[in-house]
Design a protein around this ligand. Sequence first.
Ligand code: FMN
Length: 377
Amino acid sequence: MGLAAAGPLLAACARTFRIPLSEMSKAEGGPGGEKDPEGLWREGLAYARWTPSPHNIQSWRLRLLSPERAEVYYDPRRLLPKTDPTSAFTIAGLAMFADYLSVALRPRGYEVLADRIARPLDYSATRPTLFANLKLVPFQAGRGGAVLDRNLILQRKTSRLPYDGKPVEDEAMEALASLARAQGHELGWSSEKSMVDWTLDLNRFTLFSDLDNPETRGELRGWIRCSDEEAAKKKDGLWSHCMRFPGWLLRDFFDKHNQFEKGWRRDVCGKMLLHGMAGTRTVAWWSGPFDGPEDWMRCGTLFGQSWLELTRRGISLHPFGSVITNPAAHARLQEKLGAQEGPKRLWLLVRLGRSDVPPRSYRLDEPAIFLDDKELA
Ligand SMILES: Cc1cc2nc3c(=O)[nH]c(=O)nc-3n(C[C@H](O)[C@H](O)[C@H](O)COP(=O)(O)O)c2cc1C
């Protein structure tokens, strides 16, 4: 291939991996657009669709009712009954989405008040199901949320890359801890090598354990994207490029799993996983009330705000959510940390640090998120 032919290809790659912020936040609209004559909901969604969700399932749908009112639904095709059986993490993601809508509109002088339906998600639902009633109101300082640079929502990404070998400074960790305390939670962290190594190994154990289980493996299989074409077409799920694994290897790991249950292939994958996290010097964990839907929503909002604060400081984050959803791994974590900190409920474990710019995972286009009333009939 000549250089002339390579040019457009490189440009396409640059677009995929470093999409300009102005393009990411371009508002397109969708069904119900006539109820949003000022385009504020459209504008908010152009940012909020970049909210993180477990396995990038993006369960949210937005139904417009009027310029001031809308509803968030969850899409029954975008749920994780096996890997998130209580729906805690999916609910946390939905709550984060509603909060990011508000973050997106505050610089425009508005905020979004969410009246959320506090019940676990219904895994037997066959239609989009109501999660929250939203009200767009003029922004009022002191009601809770601060005015942030909304581009932080666009800049935030999961970094599964190696980190730079330096611990995250205590000042940043203290800022996160005080955010947690203000909402009735606690943040613990460690930059001790033995604790960091133990945590990375626990994450490796958890991934293998989830994938050895045919039920969880089967569910996850539906969310992995093993080629660039598939990722670009479906615009959701875990793209091999973001996971830092060759697509063919990721596919074989799922589809020929018996070859990876033990032996050298498993060892090589385990080493690749740990090698990919080289340079990690800080791990952190949140604990506090996590007993039902109301708690899960508050945790989602806190996690979302904490991630924006880290983004503002140029610090990357990689959640180890499956350590929480996998009962055996959670028990090991609780035992290790509970011994130091008492019997609080641990609800998130992450690694933190500074890394190169990670690849951008896809998101559904705006028109596919707006809910058409016909889908509820
Ligand atoms: C509650 C929650 C749990 C998550 N758990 C994991 C995890 O266990 N492992 C992982 O690699 N990513 C995890 N993620 C990151 C998501 O996979 C990621 O947000 C999603 O793929 C979108 O990518 P982005 O964050 O780069 O936009 C989690 C995200 C959320 C919100």
